[in-house]
Design a protein around this ligand. Structure first.
Ligand SMILES: Cc1cc2nc3c(=O)[nH]c(=O)nc-3n(C[C@H](O)[C@H](O)[C@H](O)COP(=O)(O)OP(=O)(O)OC[C@H]3O[C@@H](n4cnc5c(N)ncnc54)[C@H](O)[C@@H]3O)c2cc1C
Length: 377
């Protein structure tokens, strides 16, 4: 009998695991807290990297379909000073190896590639308890209970599976994002649209910055980045958008109006997102019948790697299980050692990248990184 496999979380990592297993004829069930695939907007662009996310999509047999989702021109990159002067610009001629896709479309691609009823929507795990012999009992918010041979926590930063393996919890990184969205930008926000260009914009300074992406359908999506304490952030109230916008915009007084407008002219209420991370060297001892992937294993500062790593983890775990179907423990040990190594390196890189973007030498440090004349982030 093949082992029963329960994956908690239908994010990009859990879905990739389920899909690659399916490609190799192994069944799994994905338990997802949200009620359906469409209950929450999955906004935002992701650049999918050749050495991780794209390889995972190839393993999932979905690479060609992924290429159909690519946002043309999305790899263009621009760094501007606070006065709007362009300090670095790189166009997108279609030859780059980090194509941009909408996160929601990518997730949909993976969902649609799974057999019907693989995903159990509306299944929020509240607790997982070892029942001995490597099996686990899963208790869900709706009162249902499932027992599984292999439990995979793909349930993100606040994983309910992680406590079976590790006592670590994510801690505040000292940095937050405030997200804004501008719509119909070529007509209604032409000056900001021109400043951002066709891809990604970085307007950075010590301790703060505005990162913006041109998205399909005339949308600008901005991550206003603030290196601030939790106490400072606690004065921003998501229920009071006007005051929040005014406080955040005040941090950019004196900046070019087309940049400030990315904050002040948001067409939606700002979303306040405090950023939490696990220790860069997070790891655990082998516990029979359970493992983690993606943010559940290694949530880190955003650096453009997290979703790529989650997908790569999913593909790698699937390959390990396919290679040793009769020996789950050997497969998990084979999967986890490289996982610890690569996520440790990526987390350290993410911290270094924060310094490049928002350290004392910003924006020069970022221009040097992009132009290849300084330390890489
Ligand atoms: C603002 C921001 C911007 C980012 N930008 C990028 C980027 O440009 N590129 C990039 O590569 N990465 C980016 N990241 C990181 C990336 O979003 C994550 O690393 C990635 O989503 C992790 O995928 P995952 O599948 O591990 O977890 P998640 O995407 O968090 O998915 C977890 C899933 O588990 C479900 N779940 C949670 N708890 C339970 C439960 N108890 N029971 C059942 N289901 C549960 C959730 O509903 C969710 O569907 C960004 C992160 C942030 C915060």
């Amino acid at each position: 009998m093949p082992p029963s496999i329960a994956i908690i979380g239908a994010g990009l990592g859990g879905l990739t695991l389920a899909r690659v297993l399916h490609v190799h004829g192994m069944a799994a069930t994905v338990f997802e807290a949200e009620a359906s695939a469409t209950v929450r907007s999955q906004g935002g662009m992701l650049d999918i990297h050749g050495e991780t996310g794209q390889l995972a999509l190839k393993a999932a047999g979905l690479y060609e379909s992924f290429l159909d989702l690519v946002h043309p021109g999305g790899q263009a990159t621009r760094v501007v000073g606070r006065d709007g002067t362009v300090l670095f610009a790189n166009g997108d001629d279609g030859s780059g190896d980090r194509p941009e896709v909408p996160r929601g479309s990518l997730r949909r691609l993976l969902i649609d590639a799974l057999p019907a009823r693989t995903i159990r929507w509306g299944s929020k795990l509240t607790q997982a308890v070892s029942s001995g012999d490597g099996r686990h009992e899963l208790r869900f918010a709706d009162g249902s209970i499932v027992t599984t041979d292999l439990l995979v926590g793909a349930d993100g930063a606040w994983s309910k599976v992680r406590p079976l393996l590790s006592a670590e919890m994510p801690v505040y990184t000292g940095m937050s994002y405030v997200e804004t969205w501008l719509k119909d930008v070529d007509h209604r926000h032409a000056s900001s649209a021109a400043t951002v260009g066709g891809g990604a914009l970085f307007a950075v300074a010590p301790g703060k910055g505005i990162l913006a992406h041109r998205e399909p359908d005339g949308i600008l999506h901005c991550y206003v980045s603030l290196v601030r304490s939790e106490a400072w952030m606690s004065h921003l109230d998501s229920h009071d958008p006007m005051t929040t916008i005014a406080r955040v915009a005040a941090e950019f007084d004196g900046w070019d109006e087309s940049l400030r407008a990315l904050v002040t002219d948001s067409d939606t209420a700002p979303v306040i997102r405090r950023l939490y991370a696990l220790p860069a060297d997070h790891r655990w001892e082998r516990v029979p019948g359970v493992t983690l992937l993606g943010d559940a294993a290694h949530v880190m500062l955003p650096s453009g790697e997290g979703a790529n790593l989650a997908m790569w983890d999913g593909a790698e775990l699937a390959h390990a299980l396919v290679a040793q179907p009769g020996d789950v423990e050997a497969a998990l040990a084979h999967y986890e050692e490289p996982l610890f190594r690569r996520s440790g390196l990526a987390a350290a890189d993410a911290v270094a990248l924060r310094e490049v973007c928002f350290g004392d030498r910003a924006p020069d440090s970022l221009v040097e990184m992009f132009s290849g004349s300084g330390p890489a982030g």
